[in-house]
Ligand binder design. Structure first.
Ligand code: G16
Length: 541
């Protein structure tokens, strides 16, 4: 089969953000757009010769077309073997697992995560390395540099590979292995959790609703929850992956998983509600009448992980992204283990996990995971909750309330200001930065600032430094406000304001009410109204 070298020109804006490259689907469909990024990645990793790769995606519109392009380009770049999920499907954590299991050199994951899918919505691609985790910053910088100088890409011209059945077709000299996307992931979960105990829980009448949001986790959840664990048929809702996620927004939070939230707050609520996102790495946990914030969920999972077989010997440490609440730090302190604060983005956990410094990681953006893969893992979090519920024989609400009584409560909420003009968003951040040196000691809306800075991360493993990772403002009385620009949006800028207030005495308040003070102070310090013309967020989670 003849390798073709096709001339191309650099395309602007191919900088991978928080989690790979995300753009409108139509942008990805423009001639050369996907090809440039894929070739830039091959160039940045030292070529494809002799390499084995994993390829799969969340099934959104353009997934299958993109996979065919990548397969041909892999063959053109001398890759020896590609393992692909049947129908082009692989959840992000399952892809991470396959990279590790097969000792592959890396993989391309096609997804725009929780962003909507469809020809007029979003598409994305990212490269994960040998450890199964998202490319670290030095590699994404190399990829970006390569996109700026690219002049040609390599491919082969051949008929499309049939992805609808498991098997081993070949593409010229390159071996292609099409695998069941669920099988090895499900086997991994069985090694981590007490499946017999969870089976017993369901057998005893425990009820659950898992909303797969018409995204990638449908087949995984059906096989594991309804299959291996014996949950009643129908436990998995919206379980068929659709190219446009049924026109939904596959982001598992109280806003976008509203139907599930309404069910869980009603008298018909099952014992546990859970949801996962487009590519299966995020999760939402909600008990009967009790929503668990991702920050609390991380802390509770860490405090109870020893109840699951894989974590019986305890945790090495806990890491959380900077905007995530301090709840997990309190658990680490009590357990006498290390706690780490990293920038937003799962890639920053990679070194800590590889070095064995941490076992469990989590983010406020609904991601939790452990050293079993190098991605956050939605179903993993749900299964760990189930394992804990099976052992403790208490309700979600009881477990949460017990946790607050032991550790105190970190009231927490995130405000998103979406589609802000990029210039105005940058101005707000710049003006805040310029105020930072003088803030400590000043009072705003009755709240006195104790410290304020722009977060820089010094990786304790490789010594690398990541600057400009968001602005932290701490106040007297245990509260904190964080400002950060999202790295995953595809339209204008999204400003995120993260609010937090700790109390170990008053744990039964309404969240928004408890955060009123810090909210007013943050909006006043940032002069939000003057910069973006509003203080009311588009989304509150
Ligand atoms: C991605 C990263 C996460 C990160 C999130 C932040 O999530 O993988 O680690 O927390 O982005 O998003 P933003 O920059 O918009 O705040 P995902 O699930 O989109 O891959």
């Amino acid at each position: 089969m003849k390798i073709e070298t096709i001339a191309t020109n650099p395309i602007e804006g191919q900088m991978p953000g928080t989690s790979g490259l995300r753009k409108k689907t139509r942008v990805f469909m423009e001639p050369g757009y996907l090809e440039n990024f894929v070739q830039a990645t091959f160039d940045a990793i030292g070529g494809g010769e002799g390499k084995t790769l994993i390829v799969g995606g969340d099934g959104r519109y353009f997934n299958k077309v993109a996979i065919q392009t990548i397969l041909k380009m892999a063959a053109g770049n001398g890759v020896v073997k590609v393992i692909v999920g049947k129908d082009g499907i692989l959840s992000t954590p399952a892809a991470s697992h396959l990279i590790r299991l097969n000792k592959a050199d890396g993989g391309f994951i096609l997804s725009a995560s929780h962003n909507p899918g469809g020809i007029d919505e979003d598409f994305g691609i990212k490269f994960n390395g040998q450890n199964g985790g998202p490319a670290p910053e030095n590699l994404t910088a190399k990829i970006f540099d390569a996109t700026k100088t690219i002049a040609k890409f390599k491919t082969v011209s051949t008929a499309e590979i049939n992805l609808n059945a498991c098997g081993s077709p070949s593409l010229g000299a390159m071996e292609v292995q099409i695998v069941d996307p669920v099988e090895s992931y499900s086997a991994l979960m069985e090694t981590l959790f007490d499946f017999p105990a969870i089976r017993g829980l369901f057998k005893g009448g425990f009820t659950m609703c898992f909303d797969a949001m018409h995204a990638v986790t449908g087949p995984y959840a059906k096989a594991i929850l309804e299959g291996a664990l014996g949950a009643t048929e129908g436990t998995v809702a919206n379980g068929v992956p659709l190219e446009d996620f049924g026109k939904g927004h596959p982001d598992p939070n109280p806003i976008w998983a509203k139907t599930l939230m309404d069910l869980m707050m009603s008298s018909a609520a099952p014992d546990l509600g859970a949801a996962s996102d487009g590519d299966g790495d995020r999760n939402m946990i909600v008990g009967r009448g009790a929503y668990v914030t991702p920050s609390d969920s991380l802390a509770i999972l860490a405090a109870n992980a020893h109840l699951a077989p894989a974590y019986r010997d305890g945790l090495a440490g806990i890491a959380r992204s900077m905007p995530t609440s301090a709840a997990s730090d309190r658990v680490a302190k009590k357990l006498g283990i290390g706690s780490y604060e990293t920038p937003t983005g799962w890639k920053f956990f990679g070194n800590l996990l590889d070095a064995g410094k941490v076992t469990i990681c989590g983010e406020e953006s609904a991601g939790t995971g452990s050293s079993h893969v190098r991605e956050k893992d939605g179903l993993w979090a749900v299964l760990l909750w189930l394992n804990i519920l099976a052992v403790r024989k208490q309700s979600v609400a009881e477990i949460v309330s017990d946790h607050w009584q032991r550790f105190g409560r970190d009231y927490y909420s995130r405000y998103d200001y979406e589609n802000v003009a990029t210039g105005s968003a940058n101005q707000l951040m710049q003006s805040l930065c310029s105020k930072l040196p003088g803030l400590a000691g000043q009072a705003f809306a009755g709240m006195t600032v104790t410290a304020a800075d722009e977060f820089s991360y010094h990786d304790p493993v490789d010594g690398s430094v990541s600057n400009n990772q968001g602005i932290r403002i701490y106040f007297e009385g245990g509260s904190r406000a964080v400002f950060r620009l999202s790295g995953t949006g595809t339209q204008g800028a999204t400003i995120r304001l993260y609010l937090e207030q700790y109390s170990n005495t008053d744990i039964g308040r309404d969240t928004q009410e408890a955060l009123q003070g810090v909210r007013a102070a943050a909006q006043s310090i940032s002069d939000m109204n003057a910069h973006i013309g509003r203080v009311e967020p588009d989304v509150i989670t």
